[in-house]
Structure formats: structure tokens, C-alpha cells
Ligand binder design. Structure first.
Ligand SMILES: Cc1cc2nc3c(=O)[nH]c(=O)nc-3n(C[C@H](O)[C@H](O)[C@H](O)COP(=O)(O)OP(=O)(O)OC[C@H]3O[C@@H](n4cnc5c(N)ncnc54)[C@H](O)[C@@H]3O)c2cc1C
Length: 409
């Protein structure tokens, strides 16, 4: 299908496909079994310049579009989910926030770390503030030329391996008055579990994506220079809503990982039904499986187009993809991917259930994407809020403009 990609973009996609098949795929099962963050893959991705692609050229990046990043992520996810997530978060997560809202100093710091292979961590979720992220209690108190941060975050991707952390916290001035929610950049020193009041206290035992640590982080009097406070242009009062806009890029990236896993599973299933024979013929000759394949392909194509459209919606003057398109694409792609991988596994019969094949790993990995980065339910609320033009407190993205007052206001 000709989607109008430029020759340069097609060359990038081809390079990503080769990398995924030759470097990432052979490591995928071992990364899952060992539950170790793949530093060798990080180095290879860095050498091949798949990290920091979207960082502007003036800061050492390639100034690539989100669509370019999405095409790379899709290829990686077909072969190794952890590799794909590293590409997401070095191109479309916290790094996009810093590139959009950061000072020159913050941008240089973040660009240098990411281009050297660091996968930044975004720290929003707390034990009592998940979907209701605004219930966060982590606080940053201004003291002279610095902020003192205290609190606890959990399910932080990259906890214990990431160096750059973007921490969301309630901001208080010297008099103890709350000003809103801001972002703070903290750098964990290399090869240390703690740095200046930032401690990784736990690693979650995850169902899938096992090579990517999910950590609990505790901040105890973490000192952050005032120059590392990241305030969105509209100020702290709307700080949370603006910072959460950054999640639109992460959502497109995460949805693409799900879609890529599904594409990988469908490729395997399509080959298998031509090869496997029962009742004296390839099982692909049975209409029951043909219609399953057709439904899988239809859902995959729709997911792909929605994600490409959402990625393309980031353009001149808009640092992030359109929130409606990003939310719809992630809802659709993540739910479709779970169904597609499940059906692919089914087509392999008992073999699909074996750890000798990648289907069971893909089924565990893909399950995450309706949860992390805003659940499918909460994203639906975001879509509905924008359709209705109402402020709804349950969007996890702060508030949209509306004439209808919040009950709580
Ligand atoms: C693998 C993984 C990686 C993650 N990485 C990060 C990270 O890097 N940084 C970070 O900050 N967070 C991260 N998270 C956390 C993630 O953002 C939260 O898990 C998510 O926002 C949901 O919060 P919760 O788990 O507390 O669920 P809850 O908010 O407790 O929700 C429980 C259930 O209730 C539903 N629900 C809640 N509110 C509503 C509502 N208003 N309407 C309808 N249904 C509702 C939810 O959809 C869900 O099904 C990660 C999570 C996972 C699983």
C-alpha cells in the first residue's frame, strides 16, 4: 500500500526492518527470560541512530517526524517489544515534553542523555493516584534557588535504568501556597540506585515486557535546582493539563508498539496456516481460519492508519499529536492488538501455547497497552469530553475548555 512516504522515510523504515530482524529478534526471547534490561540493544540502537531521532538537528538529533518514529517502532515491535519501547521513549515520551516546554539548558541536558542512549522516565502515577493522576501528593517546595521534592511514584518505566527523570509534582512557594502541578528534571547518576534523594525501592513483577523494569521511586528531600523546573508556557495553574498533553505523543508510540506486535503475530500466523496440514490440506484452506485472518488484517490496517494519522497530526506550531486522534488510535490499536495476537496464538493450536514460539510472549506483552499511558476506559472519557465540549474531571488529562462548570469547582 502506497501511503505517500518519502524516499528518505522508506529508507529509514527498511533500515529499521533489517535492524529488528537481525539484531532485536534474536535477543527477544532471552530478554524476556532473563528479565534484564538489554544494554547491548541500547548500544546498537544508539549506534544506528534510532534513539533521539525526533530531537532537533540543532541539538544533535535528526529532527525527524513522529511518523518516521512510528514506522521505526512498528518494525521493532514485530520482533522485540522491549526494543520497540526503548525507541518510543527515546523519541516520543518525556523527551517530547522537554523539547516542547524546556529551557535551552534543559533541552541540551535531555538531548545529550538521550542521544547517548538514555531512556528517560516519566513519573506521574502514584499508589493512590492512578487514573486520578491529579490526586498526586508528591510535592515540590521552593527553597531559595531550588525545589525540595518529596513523594512516591510507582509503575515508572525504566525505574533503575533510566538516568533522566521527569517528575510531576504539586508546586508550593516559599510561603507554602500551592501554585499548581509542574514538571521537574532529575538525573540519576550512572550505575547508582540512589542519587541525591531519588531511590528505586521496588521492581514490579510484570506479566510481560519483562526486560523493561517498572519501578517504585521514592523521593526524600530530593534537591532540584530551580533551573530544572519545567513550567509549560501557560504557567502552573494549567501545568498539569499542559504536561499531560505530552502523553499524546507517548500514546501514539505505545499504540504503535501494540500494533507492531499484532503485525508480527499476524505474519507468523499467515505463514503457519499455509504450512500446517490437517484433514489432508493446509489449515489456511478452511474458511473458519480465512475469515479470522481477514478480520485480523482489517483491524490491523485500521489501527495502522489511525496511528499514522495521529502521528501526522503533530505539525507546524503543534508540538504534540492531536489529543482526540491520539486517544482514539491508542484505544483502537491496543484493543485490536490483543484480539489479533490472541487469534494468531489460537491458529497455532498447542504450539501457540508453548514457550518455544514467541506467541505466548507476544500475548503477555500486548496485554499492557490498554492499561499503561491512560487506560482504555479513561481515554474513552477523554474522547467523550471533547465530543461534548464538557469539562470532565476523569480524563486524566486535566480539563478541556468548557462552558459547563465542574461539580467540584
Ligand atoms: C507496564 C506499565 C508501565 C507504566 N509506566 C508508567 C510510567 O512510566 N509512568 C507513570 O507515571 N505511570 C506508568 N504506568 C501507570 C499507568 O499510567 C497507570 O497504571 C494507569 O494510569 C492506571 O492507573 P491504575 O493502575 O492506578 O488503575 P486505576 O486508576 O486504579 O484503575 C483501575 C480500573 O478502573 C478503571 N477506571 C478508573 N477510573 C475510571 C473512570 N473514571 N471511568 C471508567 N473507568 C475507570 C480503569 O480503567 C481500570 O480499569 C504504567 C503502567 C503499566 C502497567
Amino acid at each position: 500500500m502506497d501511503l505517500g512516504h518519502s524516499a528518505d522515510t522508506l529508507a529509514l523504515q527498511a533500515r529499521a526492518r533489517s535492524f529488528a530482524q537481525e539484531v532485536a529478534r534474536p535477543r527477544a526471547a532471552e530478554i524476556d527470560a532473563s528479565e534484564q534490561y538489554p544494554w547491548d540493544i541500547v548500544k546498537a540502537l544508539t549506534d544506528a541512530r534510532f534513539v533521539g531521532m525526533t530531537i532537533p538537528e540543532s541539538l544533535g538529533g535528526q529532527g525527524r517526524s513522529f511518523l518516521d518514529a512510528v514506522l521505526v517502532i512498528e518494525e521493532m515491535a514485530k520482533c522485540c517489544t522491549v526494543t520497540a519501547r526503548i525507541v518510543v521513549e527515546t523519541n516520543m515520551g518525556a523527551i517530547s515534553t522537554v523539547m516542547a516546554y524546556g529551557s535551552a539548558e534543559q533541552k541540551q541536558l535531555a538531548a545529550a542523555l538521550v542521544l547517548a542512549g538514555d531512556k528517560p522516565a516519566i513519573c506521574i502515577t502514584e499508589p493512590d493516584a492512578g487514573s486520578d493522576a491529579l490526586a498526586m501528593t508528591t510535592r515540590a517546595d521552593k527553597r531559595g534557588d531550588r525545589y525540595i521534592v518529596n513523594g512516591r511514584k510507582h509503575w515508572i518505566t525504566g525505574g533503575g535504568v533510566s538516568r533522566l527523570h521527569l517528575i510531576f509534582a504539586r508546586v508550593f512557594d516559599e510561603r507554602g501556597q500551592e501554585l499548581g502541578v509542574g514538571g521537574f528534571l532529575a538525573v540519576r547518576q550512572e550505575n547508582e540506585d540512589s542519587a541525591n534523594g531519588l531511590r528505586v525501592t521496588r521492581r514490579e513483577k510484570t506479566m510481560g515486557l519483562r526486560g523493561m523494569p517498572e519501578g517504585e521511586l521514592v523521593f526524600e528531600d530530593l534537591e532540584i535546582p530551580a533551573g530544572m523546573a519545567l513550567t509549560p508556557p501557560s504557567g502552573l495553574r494549567r501545568g498539569f493539563a499542559d504536561l499531560m498533553t505530552a502523553y499524546n505523543s507517548q500514546r501514539v508510540g505505545a499504540g504503535t508498539v501494540a500494533m507492531g506486535i499484532a503485525a508480527g503475530a499476524l505474519e507468523l500466523a499467515t505463514d503457519w496456516v499455509k504450512e500446517r496440514e490437517q484433514f489432508g490440506r493446509p489449515i489456511g484452506e478452511f474458511q473458519g481460519l480465512q475469515w479470522m485472518l481477514a478480520d485480523m488484517q482489517t483491524q490491523l490496517t485500521a489501527s495502522r492508519l489511525m496511528l499514522y494519522q495521529a502521528a501526522r497530526s503533530r505539525g507546524e506550531g503543534t508540538a504534540f499529536p492531536d489529543p482526540m486522534l491520539a486517544a482514539q488510535a491508542k484505544i483502537f490499536a491496543s484493543e485490536a492488538a490483543i484480539r489479533i495476537v490472541n487469534d494468531a496464538l489460537q491458529m497455532f493450536g498447542a504450539r501457540g501455547y508453548s514457550r518455544d514460539l514467541p506467541l505466548e510472549r507476544m500475548a503477555r506483552d500486548v496485554r499492557m497497552f490498554t492499561i499503561g499511558g491512560g487506560t482504555a476506559q479513561v481515554l474513552r472519557t477523554l474522547v467523550a469530553a471533547r465530543m461534548l465540549g464538557w469539562k470532565l474531571p476523569q480524563t486524566r488529562d486535566g480539563y478541556v475548555e468548557s462552558a459547563r462548570p465542574l461539580a467540584a469547582e
